[in-house]
Design a protein around this ligand. Structure first.
Ligand code: FAD
Length: 405
């Protein structure tokens, strides 16, 4: 029989959110006992180990959002963390370019967001865009964000684990949470029971499931979107110096297919936002569980019928991207000299665990926090949760400790 263990703080999930919350707790409570319960056998097997490592600056988010509060500060702290611990990180900048006249008013909105969030962003005409990204094909205008950086995100999470182990934070792997009693303040896991003083649910794509065990997250359903990437062949990498992004659809929480020169020098193009049938459905069928697949399919069908935020068009456009020439066409809008033959497949694929609000029937754009006296749940930890983590963890712990509402 497995034993029960007692900790002051139990954290569920060893992604960037769980790791940084653990760092923050250790900083505030040097002598407390802290454990991170992770269902996998290692860290970084999901979003935090599969992302592009772009440190966003915060131009996309309205000033009242949680994302706006933590993105730019988080990016700044992450860059400092990289310097302190010799993790590869490079400020390469980003251009966001209009590809048609309907994008131009959105550029204005992004500039207003940047001003409201005290983030540097310059409005550029198409010629000025070319001075920064010579191969970008802007329609009339674009925006330059000079502070956007790229980082070795696996290097970050590995270093955080090392620091936490040195600071006597325990890691238990294979510890899938199977049930919880918030009154009794314990969780049952595949590695035994854990009693806690306070619990932080930072389970990423599994956070809504864990939250429901505590009577939370009842207004939300999860719809996973699969992000597939190609990469540019070696002899075409010169087409991108830093980051070339399209103007996003401000009604949707996706940034659109973009080109990023990651820290290793490879240039990735993607991601798609293809509806997936599982939280871990990284392959075509791999990662689909029957019941979960059925529930997600039913949710998707209902959204398709509703067609809010033009969901049907999104699905049609995204499904087409399984076909390489359509994928390449999305890239060609950003760099007109790009051809389908310039792309080669990559094994980079991620899942965006997107929450849908069941009352408003719309996709949630912001991070969501639900909490009670003994537990806090981080929901919808989508991009830019990696960028924001070193500031977001402070806000999360403040909220749990009643220092912020
Ligand atoms: C393809 C892709 C590209 C991205 N690019 C960027 C980018 O450039 N910049 C950026 O800022 N953000 C980016 N993001 C978003 C960013 O990676 C995520 O927002 C962030 O990593 C989420 O971290 P997390 O800790 O919440 O989740 P995760 O990293 O998924 O960690 C959650 C952990 O919880 C564990 N877990 C789940 N359920 C349970 C359970 N029941 N019991 C125990 N453990 C459990 C999981 O195994 C996992 O290890 C990208 C995401 C994707 C998918």
């Amino acid at each position: 029989m497995r034993s029960s263990r007692i900790y002051d703080y139990v954290i569920v999930g060893a992604g960037i959110v769980g790791l940084t919350v653990a760092m923050e707790l250790r900083k505030r409570h040097p002598t407390s006992s802290i454990v991170i319960l992770e269902k996998e056998s290692d860290i970084g097997l999901h979003a935090s180990g599969r992302n592009s490592g772009v440190m966003h600056t915060g131009v996309y988010y309205g000033t009242t959002t949680l994302k706006a509060k933590v993105c730019s500060l988080g990016a700044c702290r992450m860059r400092q963390f990289a310097v302190e611990h010799e993790i590869a990180c490079k400020k390469v900048g980003k251009v966001i370019i209009a590809t048609s006249s309907k994008d131009l008013p959105i550029l204005d909105q992004l500039i207003r967001n940047a001003q409201g969030n005290s983030v540097r962003a310059d409005y550029l005409d198409a010629e000025a865009v070319k001075e920064i990204e010579p191969h970008a094909s802007a329609y009339e205008a674009g925006i330059y964000c000079p502070d956007t950086a790229v980082i070795d995100s696996k290097g970050v999470i590995n270093k955080l684990r090392e620091l936490l182990l040195d600071a006597s934070v325990d890691f238990i792997y294979g510890a899938l949470i199977v049930s919880a009693s918030n009154e009794g303040r314990f969780v049952k896991t595949l590695q035994g029971d854990f009693f806690y003083g306070y619990l932080y649910n930072c389970a990423g794509a599994g956070a809504d499931i864990v939250a429901r065990m505590f009577g939370h997250a009842n207004d939300y359903a999860l719809v996973p979107f699969k992000g597939i990437y190609y990469q540019l062949k070696g002899n075409r990498r010169h087409l991108v110096k830093g980051n070339i992004y399209p103007v996003p659809d401000m009604e949707l929480p996706f940034l659109g297919v973009h080109l990023t020169k990651v820290i290793s020098g490879e240039v990735y193009i993607g991601p798609t936002a293809i509806p997936a049938l599982g939280r871990e459905n990284y392959g075509i069928l791999k990662g689909i569980k029957l019941l979960e697949g059925f529930t997600i399919a039913r949710q998707l069908l209902s959204m398709y019928q509703d067609n809010r935020e033009n969901f049907r068009r999104l699905v049609h456009e995204e499904m087409k991207k399984y076909y390489k020439p359509f994928f390449a066409a999305a890239g060609k809008k950003l760099v007109s000299s790009l051809e389908s033959v310039d792309l080669e497949s990559s094994n980079k694929v991620g899942i965006r665990p997107q929450l849908v609000n069941l009352k408003t029937r719309t996709l949630e754009m912001d991070f969501i926090i639900e909490k009670d006296q003994y537990a806090l749940h981080v929901l919808n930890s989508i991009s830019p949760a990696f960028t924001s983590a070193l500031a977001f963890c402070e806000l999360v712990v403040d909220q749990a400790e009643g220092l912020q509402v």
